[in-house]
Design a protein around this ligand. Sequence first.
Ligand code: ATP
Length: 266
Amino acid sequence: KKDKELKQTNKPHVNFKDVAGLDEVKEELVEVIDFIKSPEKYKKMGAKIPKGILFYGPPGTGKTLLAQALAGETNSTFFPASGSEFVEKYVGVGAKRVRTLFEKAKKNSPSVIFIDEVDAIGAKRTTESNNEKDQTLNQLLIEMDGFHSDQNVVVIGATNRLDLLDEALLRPGRFDRHMHIGNPDLKARQEIFGVHIRNKPVDKSVDIKKLAQKTHGMSGAHLSNIANEAAILAVRNNKKNIGIEEFDAAIEKVIGGVEKKNPHIV
Ligand code: ATP
């Protein structure tokens, strides 16, 4: 029996149209969508559906958003988790959490499991033993080996550091498809602004291309932040529409924040 409540709460209303740029990644994911939507077609042909996909790249570039969109496009139940949630003091706790997560996902399939910061569980094992961590990683490997592609569960892992991950996680049948999610280029920044001003009253004089030019090196999360800051400023300034002054001030503010955190980016 499926968890009715869960089915309703974990259905993201996010689609590919909410994810701007990343055209190549989206193209690759279209295939995965087809797998999830019509698994019989692939089964008949003797093709194995991918179980694990790894998104890697800098923070704020849309990894979580893409995973949600994959669930949204396929009407799958979304199971978000963060690798750090599984790292516990007591041996066996993390492993048990992994087991429960997969059980729920299988029960409510089609499902997309999203494990952010997967390196927190899946970092290369060292000679120094860490029972709790090793058991958690082992359990993840067991779960990924243990379900069949016709159970209609896709696991997406996300990390900023692909090089940190244990080889065992990257083997065929586990996270064997790797997709790089990078910072947006000029065109993508323009498109991301497009998505984030979609439902905002923006003054006709605002040139999105110029905004994109002024935000070199920023992530999608920064751009979404700028659009929101600009809207807040427009309210504060008693404006009817968001004008270029608000966007410029918002860009300055976000650049200030970025510089403080990471002086070599901008
Ligand atoms: P982290 O590595 O920090 O978890 P992430 O790559 O998962 O980051 P998201 O959480 O998906 O990043 O992005 C944060 C927010 O930034 C999104 O909710 C969205 O508003 C905006 N954003 C990021 N990338 C894009 C994009 N390509 N298109 C549209 N919006 C984006």
